[in-house]
Design a protein around this ligand. Sequence first.
Ligand code: ADP
Ligand code: MG
Length: 634
Amino acid sequence: MAEQTPVETLAFQAEVTKLLQIVANSLYSRKEVFLRELISNASDACDRLRYEAITNPALAADDPEFKVVLTPDAKARTLTITDNGIGMTRQDLVDNLGTIARSGSAAFAEELAKTKGDGTDEEKGKRDDDVALIGQFGVGFYSAFIVADKVEVTSRRAGQSEAWRWTSDGKGSFTIAEADRAGRGTTIVLQLRKDQAEFADPDRLRTIVKAHSDHIGLPVMLAGGKDGEETLNAASALWTRARKDVTEEQYKEFYQHVAHAFDEPWLTIHTRAEGRLEYVTLLFVPSTRPPDLFHVERKAAVRLYVRRVFVTDNAEGLLPSYLRFLRGVVDTEDIALNVSREMLQHDPVLARIGTAVVTKVLSELEKKADKDADAYAKFWETFGAVLKEGIYEDIGRREQLLKLTRFRTTAGDKLTSLAEYVGRVKDKQDAIYYITGDDAAALKSSPHLEGFLARGYEVLLLSDAVDEFWIPSVGMYEGKRFVSVAQGAASLGPAPETDKKDAVDAGELAVLLALLKQSLGTRVKDVRVSDRLTDSAVCLVADERDMPRHLARMLKAQGQLKDGVASILEINPQHALIRTLVAVAKDSAQRVQIDDVGRLLLDQAMIREGDPPADPADFARRLSDVMTRALGAK
Ligand code: ADP
Ligand code: MG
């Protein structure tokens, strides 16, 4: 090209610079992962073109055999990776290789911001953290700088005539200039660092491709040898192979490729359906939580292929969002490819396949739960909160999902199923008791439990936000009602160890209750005697038909609720403080103190639940006054 545009220099997005500093300085031991990342990008690029070419065959017609070619040059110390995929426009190069766009590296950057400042830190410990992070999230294209000190990307978008070259030394900026390129696709030239010359060695490349990229569904070739081009991988999509022909290691590599993950799959499900519906699934349950699991979109992330052609990685109609932790591939023979992605999402065949896949996944989970409770408990800790969404979103599978659900309870540290809970209940107990809150450990010391524990009842400790939603929608399990220990009247009767003659005089207690009600006014809905307390003086409970206090707290935190509903303050007549107050209430000279004490008791009950006192300044003043009086100062 005669008159080319001048070279432009552009700055990386700040997060990229940060990330590149870490990548360049990391002592990451598995440096060869860069190749997997670049081959995986090349393969994605071919997948995307293959799909576009269905409606626009001209795009791929000039060069129809998709492939990735590696060309090492030991003398120049370079490694070149070329693909004939979809390619990138100038804008694509700037957007994709100048910012952190994809979820994997975005999560990396987010984690990084949480743990530290700028990655130039010399402290060994911090650097180890970074390396661990790279291991956990991967850094996609930018991993090229693990082994290269200069990277050149020349790309031509399919269907376009101009090509562009992106270059960078990974130090804050990159350049863009017009370039020449014979056909469509992308060529990446890595100028290898002095100590990374091994990646220009054909033998080393053979080994790496075999280990990490064997599953790629198109040929990965080695060029420059005496016999011309040599194919290094099996070049058939992994899911199309028979289960017996795939090793654990290969499944793992494939999982890491499709999931952009670096952990091990917790469960691998590889099935082929033949008959009315024809499809293959290769699905994985990760062993760690993907960072975007609770983003608002709640999208499933399984890749949909139609006859080996990649269609989309979030097929809406395929899997329900409560299985959005699944990663992998569904490939079907039964859908026409020449319809738009939009239409495809709503193809009834897709929904039927989805239903069959859900059945399969749930039954595999059930098997795992039966066979290995400890392993299942790990899964549950990681994804239980997501799976539980299905209890109210997928009524048809409710029973099955309830069976898969596990709970922390007051009866020990092991997770428990509902069936186990029901198997342990006391004679005549017709309720399944539970308590909700933000944190299972904190719930364990909640005052609301005291009376139930004293009478030998087991209580489920529910600390996921979804618990507030599925419990009311289920209501009963095996004829037993779900009952919150923090709501309504406990109706437990006297505690087993209560001594009759020790009881407080009912009339005197009524005087105290009346004074407290007067003092607290509309701050509470009622003040009453509790039988759910044994050690604590007071607690707050929601009235039977009101919104649970934990739910109100959650909605307030999200700005969806302005004022909560007033709660009921329950007092424990056996408690020394309440006994003293009963005496104080009788004495008209001292009675004024009830006002301060009442307000303090309410604030204390709030604090116990993790809420701030309604008016912290007022709380502090009253507390000081009471302490001053108690300590006898004038
Ligand atoms: P990811 O592959 O997860 O999207 P990467 O950092 O590996 O993230 O790549 C960033 C983006 O750059 C890709 O999403 C893709 O749009 C683009 N890209 C990278 N390599 C290629 C390539 N060989 N051909 C076309 N586009 C590419
Ligand atoms: Mg990538």
